[in-house]
Design a protein around this ligand. Structure first.
Ligand code: FAD
Ligand code: NAD
Length: 464
């Protein structure tokens, strides 16, 4: 078969690229090695983790907050088996939805491992081997969990996020290596169900790449949920037996600590995945971090071969991969698309949620840029008091001279949805005063953003 564009990998980068290519009139093929479409995000990432976060949040609220709201519950018990079953149903519904979208857009799907024979020929090794001729190719093969050199992931006691999404029993003590997004989201799932969760983090802050205020506040709130944190600790060994796991780490004072639990979740980042692609057949190699190098058009050094998503530089986020899929499809169609990487938001789906866009205060200091900062606490919001979600705050950073918003950092209820408004304001290069002068419905959590803008623009918040 001959195609205009062939895409290898059906995650949010690949399947979105396929839809956009088809919309633009290209004859398009999508190659996926697994039987279900949707990649990491839909199968073992964004969607299943959020399904479990939602279920456990309901349980946690029923267990701890319902009584304050005047709702009495007797005999409340979590049913992990049902939570996992529901999560699997959500995944199936979502991945089936991608099959539907491929059919609707007339994208031809091939199941099997895609590899290059040469620049214009791709072999699909599946139940039966097939060869595709293609004019252009988009590599969207994503990433896989990283580990540390001395850790052997046995997938039973020493696990990655994939196994953590399907545990049969709530751990008594879950030890998490890495205080980043995965560690805190999946740690929250089990902490809410009663597990003791210990997080060992190498750096001096949780979610260390985000604004410092966020990690500090999240540590305080998750501490209340029962998390123990071992910051600035260097893990030196992880050993498992049939029933337990032992993690050894060096404390900042040089003491050795030993944590014993029933599972150890290794969540120290992810690495690009290119195994089996046959890159050597097209004279393409990866950089030291395993990434495919691309130019400003996301084209590799081989003309006609593009790469997007987790397999290239930048944030490993589903919405970043999607934007890149659309970017390449439109570039191939002769359009002039643009991605504003600086305005791709980041979200952590703990409760309260964490969401941010733009520069952190630490980055602005490093740049020596003159800025103003305005903050507003959730506890001063009528809406937050009504729902009893009083933990959190909004911080807005703006240019000292022009008042242009440079960064918005939120920890609090519904932050994940609120950050879109900050992205919109920043895409249009709004000043803090612009947002401060817009009417925000009352009572809403978004009023905290308006108030933080008032604080940043002229230090005149109304409600504190
Ligand atoms: P992937 O989704 O990894 O897809 C790559 C696909 O390529 C896979 O299906 C793979 O099987 C296939 N493939 C690889 N090699 C071949 C080959 N040779 N032939 C055929 N097929 C091949 N991001 C967010 O933005 N929000 C979240 O809430 C979020 N939550 C996450 C939770 C977890 C637990 C994890 C692990 C990740 C999460 N992420 C989240 C990150 C997100 O999943 C990734 O950034 C995103 O999936 C990257 O998309 P991609 O298309 O680049 O690659
Ligand atoms: P991460 O980069 O978010 O966090 C890894 C953490 O591990 C960091 O805090 C890092 O300092 C720490 N670490 C690294 N080496 C260590 C060591 N030797 N000992 C102790 N700590 C160590 O990575 P992750 O949580 O594994 O997630 C992987 C990717 O998946 C991320 O890039 C993220 O963007 C994506 N993801 C996104 C979401 C979301 O958008 N909500 C959710 C899950 C995953």
């Amino acid at each position: 078969m001959k195609y205009d564009v062939t895409i290898i990998g059906s995650g949010p980068g690949g399947y979105v690229a396929a839809i956009r290519c088809a919309q633009l009139g290209f004859k398009t093929a999508l190659v996926e090695k697994y039987p279900t479409l949707g990649g990491t995000c839909l199968n073992v990432g964004c969607i299943p983790s959020k399904a479990l976060l939602d279920s456990t949040e309901h349980y946690h609220n029923a267990n701890t907050h319902f009584a304050d709201h005047g709702i009495k519950v007797n005999g409340l018990t979590p049913d992990l088996k049902q939570m996992i079953k529901r999560k699997d149903e959500v995944v199936k519904m979502t991945t089936d939805g991608i099959n539907y979208l491929m059919k609707k857009n007339k994208v031809e799907v091939y199941q099997g491992v895609g590899s290059f024979i040469d620049t214009h020929t791709i072999k699909v090794s599946g139940e039966q081997e097939q060869t595709l001729q293609t004019d252009k190719t988009i590599i969207a093969t994503g990433s896989k969990p990283s580990t540390l050199p001395f850790i052997e992931i046995d997938k039973k006691r020493i696990i990655t996020s994939t196994e953590a999404l399907q545990l049969k029993k709530v751990p008594e003590h879950l030890i998490v290596i890495g205080g980043g997004v995965i560690g805190l989201e999946l740690g929250s799932v089990y902490a809410r169900l009663g597990a003791k969760v210990s997080v060992v983090e190498y750096l001096d802050s949780l979610i260390p790449t985000m604004d410092r205020m966020l990690g500090k506040e999240l540590k305080r709130v998750l501490g209340k949920l029962g998390f123990d944190f071992y910051l600035k600790h260097k893990v030196t060994a992880v050993k498992s037996t049939a029933r337990s796991v032992t993690v050894t780490a060096d404390s900042p004072k040089g003491e050795t600590i030993e944590l014993k639990g029933d599972y150890c979740l290794v969540a120290v980042g992810r690495q690009p995945y290119t195994a089996g692609l046959g890159l050597e057949n097209i004279d393409l190699s990866t950089d030291k971090a395993g990434r495919l190098e691309v130019d400003d058009n996301l084209q590799t050094k081989v003309p006609g071969i593009y790469a997007i998503g987790d397999v290239i530089r930048g944030a490993m986020l589903a919405h970043k991969a999607e934007e890149e899929g659309i970017f390449v499809a439109e570039t191939l169609a002769g359009q002039k698309p643009h991605i504003h990487y600086h305005l791709i938001p980041a979200v952590v789906y703990t409760w309260p949620e964490v969401a941010a866009v733009g520069y952190t205060e630490e980055q602005l200091k490093e740049q020596g840029r003159a800025y103003k900062s305005g903050s507003f606490p959730y506890r001063a919001l009528g809406r937050a008091r009504a729902s009893m979600d009083i933990d959190g705050q909004v911080k807005v950073l703006a240019d000292k001279e022009t008042d242009e918003i440079l960064g918005v950092h939120i920890i609090g209820a519904r932050a994940a949805d609120m950050i879109a408004a900050a992205v919109t304001a920043m895409e249009y290069r709004a000043a803090a005063e612009d947002v401060a002068r817009m009417s925000h419905a009352h009572p809403t959590y978004m009023e905290a953003v308006k108030e933080a803008c008032l604080a940043a623009t002229a230090n005149r918040p109304i409600h504190i």
